[in-house]
Design a protein around this ligand. Structure first.
Ligand code: BES
Ligand code: MN
Ligand code: MN
Length: 457
């Protein structure tokens, strides 16, 4: 495998041009206006898989956005790695905060800036290029299947059905995913957990129409005032969530495990400085690393209602809204938490308003062990290319389909991501370091090599 570095050196410019091309397509899955672009991105991914050398690739239509599938089977008696990734991206809003336009990728300070640069086009494409290398240089030690979806950012609903209906086609020995981050470029890590998600939208209705806030104000409940009070009551002075039963199923992490996690490097001051905050603000009794991984949270993602235009308008609005997400940890269940949220939120509403709670997508939390072949292979691969052993670390984000893979395919995934938490995924100026892009391409072939070794030893 010593020639991977040389191969990257020789093809560096093309590897960059290709990812830049893909990043130019605004494949925003959440916005139906972009459905044509999502489709175009799928076609490009399929074509690139073919050029890299898969035996066959296809676009699998779904009721939503298509899934790109490709495979190279060199010998059915050899192990199979199933690569999962997503080519859809988050909306770029607020667009005015981008330094350069989100779909005009540009390299600045050794980083590619574009929506999807890290999440997940850049990371997904590392796998296509690593495969190209293995295939073209006779370094492919096993079979490979690719399943690249276009709906991860909207909840993977159709992928769920696809997985259930294509168990034979997706048969593999492990699922390899690069859609998470490492601690730092000199401190690699492997994600051994993901949080789950419950996501709801609430609507609070007061009077049947907007009213003059002088004529009626004082006697009629203002739905925005009431909604914010209700939201404020969901956490206490220790930032502990007050919804009855919310923590019932939370798996306690042992002191031993917490001590082990605390060994990961973390600089509180640097963390605050980078975010320009005077202090962190989380659940009492836990460190920031714990607050973002082993503990569940409740966050308002958006809140609106009333008059938000220029100047002042004295109005007592009829309605107020909020989008609220809860990050879950093992063994909370998304469906159960959504239900207890709904019951609780409806129960605390005063008679002056009506409340409706509508669930959006959700996903289950999960833990990944460190003592199975794919973990060992990923750890050895990163050690090889970073020069240090990666630290197992639980992540705070969610990739709901990973729990489903385990449930439906009986397969554990390995989350070997190469992004950084500071890559601004979902934010303006999303970027991906060139170091990370090429390090990913360099590391992946070692994963294949060591995975086959681990399985056959
Ligand atoms: N790749 C992210 C998840 C992620 C990022 C995990 C960083 C760990 C570290 C994924 O694309 C994502 O954004 N997931 C969503 C959930 C989805 C249902 C919209 C999330 O975590 O908010
Ligand atoms: Mn992602
Ligand atoms: Mn994402």
């Amino acid at each position: 495998m010593s020639n991977i570095k040389q191969y990257i050196e020789e093809h560096k410019n093309r590897f960059l041009e290709e990812i830049i091309d893909l990043l130019k397509i605004p494949s925003i899955s959440a916005d139906s206006k972009y459905a044509g672009d999502v489709k175009k991105a799928a076609e490009v991914v399929k074509q690139r898989l073919e050029e890299a050398g898969v035996d066959f690739a296809e676009i699998c239509e779904t009721p939503g956005h298509p899934i790109v599938y490709g495979e190279k089977i060199i010998d059915s008696s050899l192990p199979t790695v199933l690569v999962y990734g997503h080519y859809d991206v988050q909306p770029p809003d607020p667009i005015e905060l981008w330094t350069s336009p989100p779909f005009e990728p540009i390299i600045r300070d050794g980083k590619i800036f574009a929506r999807g640069a890290c999440d997940d086009k850049g990371q997904m494409y590392m796998h296509v290029k690593a495969f190209e290398f293995m295939n073209k240089t006779n370094n492919l030690p096993c079979n490979v299947k690719f399943m690249i979806e276009g709906e991860e950012e909207v909840g993977s609903d159709n992928l769920e059905d696809f997985v259930k209906q294509n168990k034979e086609k997706l048969k593999a020995d492990t699922i390899l995913i690069s859609d998470t981050s490492i601690i730092a470029n000199d401190t690699p890590s492997i994600s051994v957990g993901l949080r789950g998600l419950s996501y709801v939208e609430v609507e609070v209705t007061g009077p049947n129409r907007d009213l003059h806030s002088g004529v009626y104000g004082g006697a009629v409940g203002n739905p925005i005032n009431i909604l914010t009070k209700m939201i404020a009551s969901l956490t206490d002075e220790n930032n502990h969530i007050t919804i009855p039963g919310f923590y019932d199923k939370v798996l306690t992490v042992s002191d031993e495990d917490r001590a082990e996690m605390a060994k990961a490097p973390f600089n509180q001051q640097a963390y605050q400085d980078e975010l320009e905050i005077g202090s962190t603000y989380g659940e009492k009794g836990y460190t920031p690393n714990e607050q973002t991984s082993i503990r569940p949270t409740l966050d308002v993602n958006g809140i609106w209602g009333g008059y938000t235009g220029e100047g002042a308008k004295t109005v007592l609005p009829s309605k107020a809204y909020a989008k609220i997400s809860m990050r879950l940890v093992p063994n909370q269940s998304s469906e159960e938490i959504t239900k207890i949220f709904k019951d609780h939120f409806e129960s605390i509403a005063p008679d002056a308003v009506k409340v409706t709670v509508t669930p959006h997508h959700g996903g289950e939390p999960l833990l990944i062990p460190t003592d199975f072949p794919a973990y060992k292979a990923a750890s050895r691969a990163m050690q090889e290319t970073f020069g240090v052993k990666p630290i197992p670390q639980r992540g705070g984000g969610s990739i709901p389909i990973v729990a489903l893979f385990e449930q439906e395919l009986g397969l554990k995934s390995i989350l070997m991501g190469f992004g950084l938490n500071t890559d601004d995924i979902h934010s303006p100026d999303e970027h991906f370091g060139l170091f990370n892009y090429f390090k990913g391409i360099e590391t992946i072939p070692y994963f294949y090599k060591y995975f086959v070794e681990e399985l056959t030893n």
